[in-house]
Every structure is written in structure tokens, then in C-alpha cells.
Ligand binder design. Structure first.
Ligand SMILES: [Zn+2]
Length: 191
């Protein structure tokens, strides 16, 4: 999947989780950092690609990316696995609670936002031909549907003309159907 599709999918996933499992309380800073967190979380699994946009944020980012890529030697390994999710979650738990001022930002919601973005990335990639090495280091690829041939090819017409617009259509209909819940969440931010 392309970064553009992952962005849209991460946003749609975050709003879906918020609509079905609304937070008990929410302030504006937490809302903003959680949305940015979901966006970044949705790009992190592909940081093993030198061209990843996150590397552009670093000075000489792309040469760093190339080094990083050599370490991970092949795209879609540990970052696209269950053990990768677990390590990343533990890392976030450690870092976020230490770096963030918890009187302004709810660390649980921020971590949830980043993890939702990350998981949405893995779910989206599972629809592609390559599938996911969920049990890495075991080299078994999982995908939806399980037959590789009928899964989609990254960056081609089906992703761009069907999947990408479908995510936005889904998101708009979700917002329409869950208007009350979502407005309640926005009211929490206002108060
Ligand atoms: Zn990926």
C-alpha cells in the first residue's frame, strides 16, 4: 500500500475506534497529538523503506534510511509482525510516559492513537499480494483473502481507484451514522 492509502486508512481506523469505543474524557491537546500519532503510527511499519516520508523529517534522512534499510535487509519483516507490534508497544509505553507532560496529554489515548495507526497499516498491507510475515522470524505470509493471486498490487489502479476512494466513502458514512457519539466526543474537548 502507498503512504497515501495508509494515511487515509489510519484516520478512518482512529475515528472508527473512537466512534465504537469513545474515550471517557478528552482534551484538545490529547485529541491533536492522538490524530498526529495515528498518522505517524501508520507510517512507522514502512520505515524499513528508505523512501519513507518519515525519513525526510531528519536531516540527510534518506541516507539514514538507506542504512536502516540495510539493517532490516528486506522490507516487511519484523515491523510487520506480531512480535514487532509487541516490542513497539512496550517501547511506546516506556517512552511516552517519560517524555510527555501527563497533565496536558493523556498518555493512554496517545499510545492508543499510535498503535491504532500501526495496526491499521498491518491490516491494510494484509490485502496486498506480499501479505504479512505475522509470525516473523518464521517466513509465512498471511493475507486477506488467503489466496495470494486475488490480493491487490501496491500502488496500482485497484488501490488508487477503488480502495482509496472506498476508505473516504466509508469514513463519511461512518461520520454520518455515528454523528451523535462523535459530537459527544467533540463536546468533551470543548468543555
Ligand atoms: Zn507496510
Amino acid at each position: 500500500m502507498t503512504a497515501r492509502t495508509h494515511d487515509a486508512f489510519a484516520l478512518a481506523s482512529l475515528i472508527s475506534v473512537a466512534a465504537f469505543f469513545p474515550p471517557a474524557s478528552l482534551n484538545l491537546t490529547t485529541l491533536i497529538v492522538s490524530v498526529i500519532g495515528a498518522h505517524i503510527g501508520g507510517l512507522i511499519p514502512d520505515m524499513d523503506q528508505a523512501g519513507n516520508r518519515l525519513w525526510d523529517m531528519f536531516p540527510s534522512g534518506n541516507s539514514l534510511g538507506r542504512i536502516f534499510r540495510r539493517i532490516f535487509y528486506k522490507h516487511r519483516t519484523i515491523s510487520h509482525s506480531l512480535i514487532g507490534v509487541f516490542i513497539f508497544y512496550k517501547f511506546l509505553e516506556f517512552v511516552v510516559t517519560r517524555l510527555i507532560n501527563t497533565s496536558f496529554i493523556d498518555p493512554k489515548l496517545l499510545i492508543a492513537g499510535i498503535i491504532i495507526g500501526y495496526l491499521s497499516h498491518l491490516l491494510a498491507d494484509s490485502f496486498t499480494e506480499e501479505g504479512l510475515p505475522l509470525l516473523f522470524p518464521l517466513r509465512i505470509a498471511f493475507g486477506i483473502p488467503p489466496i495470494k493471486k486475488i490480493r491487490i498490487k501496491t500502488g496500482q489502479w485497484f488501490e488508487n481507484l477503488v480502495i482509496y476512494p472506498a476508505i473516504w466513502i466509508y469514513l463519511f458514512s461512518l461520520i454520518q451514522n455515528k454523528k451523535e457519539v462523535l459530537l459527544e466526543i467533540l463536546k468533551m474537548v470543548k468543555s
